[in-house]
Design a protein around this ligand. Structure first.
Ligand code: PEP
Length: 262
């Protein structure tokens, strides 16, 4: 059976409001013809761009998300964003546990577990990022790390919330300007490990949770990554931040996947 494909980008702390809206409109126009029952396209911009983006962009075409969220609805949480504030914007996605949140801002698995639970309870599609760092890979404990991140982060989920859960496998050593992309073979092995853990936790329903790969995805490696059996989508950083380039990458990946199905 053909899998549904997911393509998205987190804009991190790049692009101001005008740049974000221009980018989103370009991407929306360039991808108008793609059937959204087969392909989900999503962008996660800065908090300051979200209000305007939610007015200007058709979320049936480009799903919008937030890069982080507090577990509480209100209170003494200076600098945090409440789930109610994100609901006010009509956002579809909340991304949690990106490597930079974990490693620069010290978010641990317990904090992420509270955030994942709150995000699903507030009805957001919740994209939990997991991945081992370079040292953990060298010690050959990547599978153990993924297992801990998943089993802790997802420990409070109710079965009916599973359709709104997505996972991104983003090995820390593969992300950003100094990252080296995982080979398709390595990424497939880790996605398969993630799938095993999800099935252990959620039974057959674990098979249906989309698992996206992220970490130095580019125009070339997108084609081979997307054809791996346990890779359902690509979560792209730098190679997505120009709308034309991202559109090109998406189409290359779709063509390659379609060829692999024939
Ligand atoms: C990321 O930061 O999540 C990411 C995937 O970035 P890049 O594609 O630029 O490595």
């Amino acid at each position: 059976m053909k899998k549904k494909l997911y393509f998205g980008s987190n804009l991190k702390m790049y692009k101001n409001i005008n740049e974000t809206i221009t980018y989103l409109k370009q991407l929306q126009n360039a991808t108008l013809d793609l059937n959204r029952l087969e392909y989900t396209i999503f962008i996660i911009p800065s908090f300051t761009s979200l209000h305007q983006a939610s007015k200007d962009i058709n979320q049936d075409l480009i799903w919008l998300g937030a890069q982080n969220m507090c577990w509480a609805e209100q209170g003494q949480f200076t600098g945090e964003i409440s789930p109610l504030m994100l609901q006010e914007l009509g956002l579809k996605i909340v991304e949690l546990g990106h490597s930079e949140r974990r490693h620069v801002f010290g978010e641990d698995n317990q904090i992420l577990q509270k955030k994942v639970t709150a995000s699903l309870e507030h009805g957001f599609t919740t994209l939990l990022c997991v991945g081992e760092n370079e040292q953990e890979k060298e010690f050959d404990i990547s599978n153990e790390i993924l297992r801990i991140q998943l089993k802790t982060g997802l420990s409070d989920i109710k079965e009916e919330q599973l359709p709104k859960l997505w996972i991104a496998y983003e090995p820390v050593w593969a992300i950003g300007v100094n990252g080296k992309p995982a080979t398709a073979e390595y990424a497939q092995k880790k996605h398969s490990e993630i799938r095993t853990v999800l099935e252990e936790m959620f039974g057959a329903k674990g098979k249906e949770i989309p698992i996206l790969y992220g970490g130095s995805v580019n125009l070339q490696n997108a084609e081979v990554l997307i054809t791996q059996p346990d890779i359902d989508g690509l979560f792209v950083g730098r190679s997505a931040w120009n709308a034309e380039e991202f559109n090109h990458l998406i189409r290359n990946a779709i063509n390659s996947y379609q060829k692999s199905c024939t």
